[in-house]
Design a binder for this molecule. Structure first.
Ligand code: GTP
Ligand code: SPV
Ligand code: MN
Length: 605
């Protein structure tokens, strides 16, 4: 295909050449350069409605919003189909699937041949982070999915202004190629959610390229997010001494007006969006969101770590989001301009999911398109159903979100879902101890990725599925970051666990959500030097009475249970940690062996 069959083109020569090359390979009917204008996006939404992919929601309930149901096989990230194709296998490491780049490109080139037949090829220029950043982080996604285009419009800064800047700077960019893998050969009719049984989510870290095939689901298809902003960016960050992390960014203002910025790394579907949008139950505390999923952190001139949220939208887990748990998310999606995927549709043109309201609607269309009633005996919404909504619509978005240099981070939280063992909160002794706690972080698996749910696995820094290189080198990079600044300027590191259960009745020991502000308050008091803590073998936990439980319906004994460091549980944990660290082989930084020895001695002591 030549540039003349495109609706427009670009004076960025490298980009034009790549677009021509992909069009020649994938043979779309036409090429459309996405400008990002409202009219253009409206046109695509209308096309998606006509194709049956979208159902438009009632304007009076959710203005300018759409419901989509995916193919039931295409509902989450596919970790076993995700590849880090570095030149050397060792550079992908034991946590990643690896294939030689030439071999993988060979296989995928065959798949891409003619894969856009009968379709439109969209070219989406985008920037992760701010267009006026010191070093704007450009990408271009080529896709044959209109669903991807309208989702990218929400999730990233895209279109005309980005392309013009790329042209002025003749900027380099991350090449992101995506196809749903469903060519309409010989006039074959389209389906509501085209995808393929053959899926590849491929990353080429050395050449900064992403090739995705066969899935339309968020993390597999919106390539600016996990593929670029975490996997490729983590490799860039290693080379350039910064950090690309799976973290929320939260601003907290205390009743006396002191401001703190906290970053938190929790695995997928383990509470980042909820903490980023927290509605504190403590009088006088104000929370504002800076980011809910990804943080890029760089050292500022003052030697502190500054974090920016490179995204433009929120791609949040729907189930469990409701007035009682996350009112700020409800306020965000109510304004409309959103896409809801794999939730249930109400009879009056709105959406519903488990946990939105206590009372269940009498009738729904479930995510599989079936009639649903409270007696159906199945959930109405897929556990990984998602809302895709503009970040700026969140009523508690911090002004600092627009600050290209980001916010200085005071504390980093590592968290996960653990029924046992891990206390509600503890403080690490220093940066290296914090890195050890991050490197050995664990969580029960969730529906955010295809596979078993509820199985405890190690998830270093909540980045297991997102580290774009060798995990040993990644842990070492964290240690190197720690050497770049005075200890006093580095964030303090904490572990938290909102998900611990009562051993007797299996209920959550901690109410979570807005009450997590009580834990944040203790952390801030520790930063200010006023919070009281007691030493345990694993770290410092709040002293009895140090956690503000005013107005909380919990006995002292229950609080103690949530904070307990249980010797038996930790003996088991130590064995699991040792097994995990052994997998790093000679890539395990010696500091981690030292920390392990300290933990062992503390537990035995
Ligand atoms: P990704 O977008 O997949 O990276 O997930 P996330 O880390 O942003 O997770 P999210 O905040 O969407 O939470 C996932 C699920 O955990 C939701 O169903 C929440 O209701 C639930 N959850 C979040 N915070 C808490 C909490 O403090 N306590 C309990 N019990 N559940 C929580
Ligand atoms: C996650 O799985 O961690 C998500 C959703 O945030 S996705 O972007 O689809 O990966
Ligand atoms: Mn995530």
């Amino acid at each position: 295909m030549t540039a003349t069959s495109a609706t427009t083109g670009t004076t960025n020569a490298a980009l034009q050449a790549w677009v021509d090359e992909v069009a020649a390979l994938t043979t779309p009917d036409k090429v459309v350069w996405i400008t990002g204008s409202d009219e253009e996006i409206q046109g695509l939404n209308d096309e998606l409605v006509a194709a049956g992919t979208f159902v438009k929601l009632d304007e009076s309930k959710k203005p300018n919003s759409y419901w989509a149901a995916s193919d039931p096989s295409d509902v989450a990230r596919v970790e076993d189909r995700t590849f880090i194709a570095s030149e050397k296998e060792e550079d992908a490491g034991f946590t990643n699937n690896w294939m030689a780049p030439a071999e993988l490109k060979g296989i995928m080139t065959d798949l891409y041949k003619g894969c856009m037949t009968g379709r439109t090829m969209y070219v989406i220029p985008f920037v992760m982070g701010h267009l006026n950043a010191d070093q704007p982080m450009y990408g271009v996604e080529i896709t044959d999915s209109a669903y991807v285009v309208v989702s990218m419009k929400i999730m990233a800064r895209i279109g005309e202004p980005v392309l013009r800047a790329m042209e002025e700077q003749q900027a380099s960019f991350v090449k992101c190629l995506h196809s749903v893998g469903y060519p309409l050969t010989d006039g074959k009719a389209d389906v509501k959610w085209p995808c393929s049984d053959t899926k590849y989510i491929a990353h080429f870290p050395e050449t900064r390229e992403i090739w995705s095939y066969g899935s339309g689901y968020g993390g597999n298809a919106l390539l600016g997010k996990k593929c670029y902003a975490l996997r490729i960016a983590s490799a860039m960050a290693r080379d350039e001494m910064w950090m690309a992390e799976h973290m929320l960014i939260l601003k907290l203002t205390s009743p006396t007006g002191s401001k703190h910025y906290i970053a938190g790394a929790f695995p997928s579907a383990c509470g980042k969006t909820n903490l980023a949008m927290i509605d504190p139950t403590l009088e006088g505390w104000e929370a504002e969101m800076v980011g809910d999923d990804i943080a890029w952190m760089r050292f500022g001139k003052d030697g502190r770590l500054y974090a920016v949220n490179p995204e433009f939208g929120l791609f949040g887990v729907a189930p469990g989001t409701g007035e009682n748990t996350n009112p700020n998310a409800m306020r965000t999606v109510e304004q409309g301009n959103s896409i809801f995927t794999n939730v249930a549709l109400t009879d009056d043109g709105d959406v519903w999911w488990e946990g939105m309201t206590d009372e269940k609607p009498a009738h729904l269309t479930d995510w599989k398109g079936n009639d649903w009633t409270p007696e159906s005996g199945v959930v109405s919404s897929h556990p990984n159903s998602r809302f895709c909504t503009p970040a700026k619509q969140c009523p508690m978005m911090a002004d600092e979100y627009d600050e290209p240099n980001g916010v200085p981070i005071d504390a980093i939280l590592f968290g996960g879902r653990r029924k046992t063992t891990v206390p509600l909160v503890y403080e690490t002794r220093d940066w290296n101890h914090g890195v050890f706690v991050g490197a050995t972080l664990s969580s029960e698996t969730t529906a955010a990725a295809v596979g078993a749910v509820g199985v405890v696995r190690r998830d270093p820094m909540a980045m297991l599925p997102f580290i774009g290189y060798n995990a040993g080198d990644y842990v070492n990079h964290w240690l190197e970051i720690g050497k770049q600044a005075d200890a006093a300027k580095l964030p303090k590191i904490y572990q938290v666990n909102w998900f611990r259960r009562d051993r007797e009745d299996g209920s959550f020991l901690w109410p979570g959500f807005g009450d997590n502000a009580r834990v944040l308050k203790w952390i801030i008091e520790r930063l200010d030097g006023s919070g009281e803590g007691v030493d345990t073998p694993v770290g410092i936990v709040p002293a009895p009475g140090a956690l503000d439980t005013t107005g909380l319906d919990m006995t002292e004994e229950q609080v103690a249970k949530a904070l307990e460091v249980n010797a038996e549980e930790w003996a088991t944990e130590l064995g699991l940690i040792e097994e995990w660290l052994a997998k790093f082989g000679d890539k395990l930084p010696s500091q981690m062996s030292d920390e392990l020895a300290t933990l062992k001695a503390n537990l035995e002591g």
